[in-house]
Structures are given as C-alpha cells and as structure tokens.
Ligand binder design. Structure first.
Ligand code: 6R9
Length: 580
C-alpha cells in the first residue's frame, strides 16, 4: 500500500469514527439502532418533539412524539419477550404505511430481533419465498394481508410461530398463533431496557433481486446507523427542527434506511403519507405540512411533471429547502423541470440495498450537473473497473481488477471496503456474497463513467434485473411463476423502457405443444402473474413466441429479447440467440 493510499484509508476510518462518536451508544453497552433513533432523544430532553406525523387516507393526522414512540416501541419489545421470541429471531412486516408498522420495526430492534420488511403490494409468492428463506418466526401484518397473502401459504412456512395483526378484526382470524396486536400492546409494559447490543448484531434483512435465482436477503447490522445518521446530515442536510418527507415505502430499503433510521437518528420530524401517489395531494403535503427536506424518486417526479402546472397552481413550495432523489436514473429533463417549474434543485443520490446507505451524491452546495449522480460521499472511495467485451470483469496478469484508464471511460462501480452500512452477508448464500467482493472492493454491478471533476454518470445495470417505478424486480421470480401455467414451456422476462416508470415488466412466452396463442391465454397469464406475484412485480405485457433464444446450456438469453424489443435485432427469435 502506498503512502497516499494509507492516508486515504486513515482519513476514511477517522470519518466513520467521528460519525460513531456523534452517537450515544447504549447505557448497557454496544450500539442499538432503536436507542439512537428513539430513546436517546428522550434522554436528551427532546421527548416532546414530534417523531412522526401520519397522514391517513382521510381523517385527522396521527402525531407521535419521541417519548410516545419510545413507550410504544418498548411495549412491542416487551410483547416479543412475553411471547418468548428470542433475540436474533427475524420479524417480518407486511403492511401499508401506518404507525403500528413503524412501532413494530423499532420495537423489534429494541428486542435485538432482526427486521425484514416486505412490500405490501407483493402477492403470496414473493411473501412466501422471502419468509421461507428468512425462517421468519414472527409476522406483523393486517387482517386482509394475512387472509390474502399468508393464509394460502401458511402450511409452507413451518417457522412462523406468531402473527401479530394490526387493526380490528384479529379475533376473526381463526388460525394458530394469530394475535390481536392492539390487545397485546395494551397488556405489555411501556418500560423496557434495551439489552447490550453488539454493533455487529443483525438489524435488518432486505431482500433484493438478482439476475438468476430467487431474491437474496442482504443482512445489515446495528452499526449501519452510523452511516445513516452521517449521510442524513451530510447528504439530506437534516437539521433539528426539520420536517422531512421520504416518499419511499419501508417495504424497500430506502423507506427503512432513510424513511426511518436516518431521520430519527437526526431527531427530525417525519411525515408519512398512508395514501398512494396523487399529484395534487403531494403538492398539498409539501406546502401544508411545511416539509423542509424531501427525499423522493424519479418516477414520482416524472408523474408530477406529467400532472402539469395545474396540479401545483397556487401552492407555495418556498418552505422546501432541500430535495433529493434516488432509485433510478434521474434524467436531466426532470432536474431542469424542478429548477424551472418548482424553483427547486433536485439532488440525485446513488446507493443499493447492499451498500445500506448513500454512496454517491450531489451533496448540498455541490454544483449540480444535470444527469450526474454527484460524487462519492465522505468516507467512501470508489473506482470504476473495466469489463471485457463479453461483460466479464477484466483481470490483469496477477488476477487483479483493472480500473478504467481515463476520464469518461465506462466501468463497473466498485467501492472500497469496509464502511459501516455495508451488508454483512446474503442469508444462507455465502458464495453469492463472496462473489460481490474482490481485492478489497465491493462490486456493485452498475456501470458508470466519471468526469475530470469526479462526478459520476450512470450508464446502466450490468445485469438483467428490472427497475420499475424504483422497485427492483428479478426476472427469474417472474419467469418461475409463469412456468407454473400448464400451457407454458419457457418464459423470458425483461424490462422495456417506459418514459414514466423507467421500465415495465414484459414476458416472452413459448407455449407447450397443443397450446396456441390467444387473447384468453394472454389474459390468463396476466391474471396468474397478478394473483401470485402482486401488482408490483407482475408482468404488464405478454408476447407469445414460437421459440425463445437459449444458450447452449439452456438458459434464456434475455439480452436478445431486449435487443429485439428495442428494435436492434429483427427476425425469428428462435434463430437470433442460439449459439451454434
Ligand atoms: C436505494 C436503491 C439499487 C439499484 C442500483 C441502480 C439503481 C439507484 C440510482 C440508480 C441511477 C441513481 N439506482 N440509485 N440508478 N441513478 N441515482 O434503490 O436500492 O433497490 O437495491 O436498487 O438502483 O441500478 O444498483 P435498490
């Protein structure tokens, strides 16, 4: 290691140590996210500050102070103890955005259980798949989600002992281990002392999709909150007194890392909207709730753009101080629209489930270059690694990764390890985990370029994973469900470009002998997708093909399907991809 490299490493270590020193640590020793996010503020005399304001679909908002949040999360932690759920167990959540969901997540962290949030728009199959892979013991959900998504697959979830049901009607669910959450909370004590928590203890498992196989459970630990609080300050510019709105759902990593952990560790007030997107409603929230910091996504911004100026006519967005975006490429048009129409600079940020926290960003004060994701944040070093013509990582004679030669060259984003929020494992998949690292770098799979001033420009993903409305979708998961249909011989799933949501899920289907393409069959397949996978993951369109292009080893060549879709290739699909 050169002297410069050693200095750089020391300065990164110092940065993270300073960020850690700004947190309190547990009275009992160690570091626990729920203590840093909640109880600490009560200890420091800020118990009356609002932690959350929940905006229901209708009716008055529900406000929760840090003190009330501390008590409610303690009740939840005690409730887990009463049910004899041991530390280290995984608690899954499956619910829309409501107070009980956030209380359960933080309460489980207090009890040193891991939390795995599931997206409420998942169907029974993604839910079953993830809960089985995580050996979930506890599930916090609503009565309707239980009935529709869990009851049908409950017999395939042998580890699931307790189902804690949010909202009225739990008693109408007659199934083993089903409890009425409100009744248990009522009986449980509001006093709880968080036990000593090792910073390396499991805190969250976020399932994320890859190109092949089923989703991977990225394991995150309590130490991650060092990076969340630091980037909450340095990137989101969160300061005391801020009213902050993160529009992401906690079923995805942004909604927990930056919808829960980062803002609460910074002691600000979080707005949570329980309703779905509506342009007029959103402008109303920004103005009426006096939102000062807003973290949202390109799809939402493009939907606001599409709604036109009438949707914000008369709104005063002057209270909004800082706006950030994440999850998919933020096209320059959106940045320019924000400046022109809203008078706001939109600051793009880049990170992944695996990195746990923001890695590249347009931090406050950095001159925005529309279309660029910004520069690596403090404490983070990146490099761009070359790939060969076949898309494989290039190695030198000693087998080491090769950084790109010059500015403007395309390469895979690699991040120097370690940093506090880096995932610590993929659940039960050590080989897949190991394959994300080489030579002291984490390899992201994303391709980018860098200019002379260190700004990073996103080029694309290096794999077949689909990003639709900011949500990652694994093509294999979708293909597997389509293959369940008796008429389907092969299925290949890709993302087709869409001006609003980035990509739409499209399936190419080859039928078995004796079946012919028809409108009825197409509808049947779409319905199967929606029923089993849920609206967030199901294919939007189906194209029948006589033969799908396969590699010699029998794998679907999704790239060929994509090239065909984009008009880059013409002709019969069966002859396009087949290798001789
Ligand atoms: C936080 C989150 C990660 C993938 C990532 C990349 C894409 C995220 C982006 C972006 C272009 C940005 N992505 N931020 N692409 N510009 N600013 O989204 O995590 O769901 O794991 O997705 O999202 O492809 O690799 P996750």
């Amino acid at each position: 290691m050169s002297a410069v490299e050693r200095d750089d490493r020391q300065s990164r270590e110092r940065h993270w140590q300073e960020a850690r020193d700004r947190l309190d640590g547990l009275p009992a020793g160690g570091l626990n996210i729920a203590y840093e996010a909640v109880d600490r503020h009560v200890v420091h005399g800020d118990g009356d500050t609002l932690a959350f304001r929940f905006l229901g679909e209708d009716g008055p908002p529900e406000d929760i102070t840090y003190r009330q949040l501390s008590e409610r999360t303690s009740r939840f932690a005690n409730l887990l103890a009463d049910l004899a759920v041991p530390a280290g167990s995984l608690v899954f959540t499956l619910s829309g955005r409501n107070p009980d969901l956030y209380v359960a997540m933080l309460g489980a962290l207090k009890a040193c259980c891991g939390v795995s949030p599931l997206f409420s728009a998942f169907g029974p199959e993604p839910v079953r798949q993830r809960m089985a892979a995580g050996h979930g013991r506890v599930l916090v959900t609503t009565a309707s989600a239980y009935r529709q998504k869990v009851a049908p697959v409950r017999d395939q979830l042998p580890d699931l002992e307790h189902v804690l049901v949010i909202g009225a009607g739990a008693d109408t669910l007659d199934a083993p281990g089903v409890h009425d959450l409100a009744a248990l909370m009522e009986r449980s004590s509001k006093d709880y002392e968080i036990p000593r928590t090792d910073p390396e203890d499991i805190a969250f498992v976020h399932f994320t999709s890859g190109t092949t196989g089923m989703p991977k459970g990225a394991v995150h630990v309590h130490a991650a909150c060092v990076a969340h609080s630091a980037t909450g300050r340095s990137v989101l510019d969160l300061q005391r007194g801020d009213i902050y709105w993160c529009t992401a759902d906690p079923g995805w990593v942004t909604g927990t890392s930056y919808g829960l952990v980062a803002p609460l560790t910074c002691g600000v007030t979080c707005i949570v909207d329980e309703a779905e997107f509506d342009a007029v409603r959103w402008y109303g929230i920004l103005e009426d709730e006096h939102v000062s910091v807003w973290y949202t996504a390109p799809t939402a911004l493009r939907m606001l753009m599409k709604a036109g100026p009438a949707a914000h006519e008369g709104s005063d967005l002057g209270g909004v101080r800082h706006v950030c975006s994440v999850g998919e490429p933020l096209n320059p048009e959106v940045v320019l629209w924000g400046q022109r129409e809203l008078g706001l600079d939109i600051h793009d940020t880049w990170w992944q489930t695996e990195t746990g926290a923001i890695m590249i960003a347009n931090v406050p004060g950095l001159q925005i270059r529309p279309g660029s994701m910004g520069r690596p944040v403090a404490g983070i070093e990146i490099a761009l690694m070359q790939r060969d013509a076949g898309g494989e990582r290039l190695r030198d004679a000693e087998g080491r990764l090769v950084p790109v030669a010059g500015f403007g060259d395309e390469g895979e984003i690699a991040i120097r390890t370690p940093w506090p929020s880096l995932m610590r494992a993929y659940l039960g998949a050590p080989d897949r985990y190991a394959s994300c690292f080489a030579d002291g770098w984490y390899l992201s799979g994303d391709l980018a370029r860098r200019d002379e001033d260190g700004y990073v420009w996103f080029v694309g993903r290096g794999d077949d994973v689909i990003k639709s409305a900011g949500h990652l979708i694994g093509p294999f998961e979708v293909e597997s469900v389509l293959m369940e249909h008796p008429a389907v011989a092969e299925a290949g799933v890709i993302g087709v470009p869409d001006p609003t949501v980035g990509e739409l899920v499209k399936a190419f289907v080859e039928l078995k002998g004796g079946f012919a393409p028809s409108e009825d069959l197409r509808r049947d397949l779409i319905a199967l997708g929606r029923r089993r996978l849920g609206a967030a993951v199901a294919p939007r369109s189906i194209e029948f093909a006589a033969h799908l292009p396969l590699t010699q080893s029998g794998k679907i060549m999704r790239r060929v399907l994509k090239a065909r879709e984009l008009g880059l290739l013409e002709g019969d699909l069966s002859t396009l991809g087949s290798t001789p």
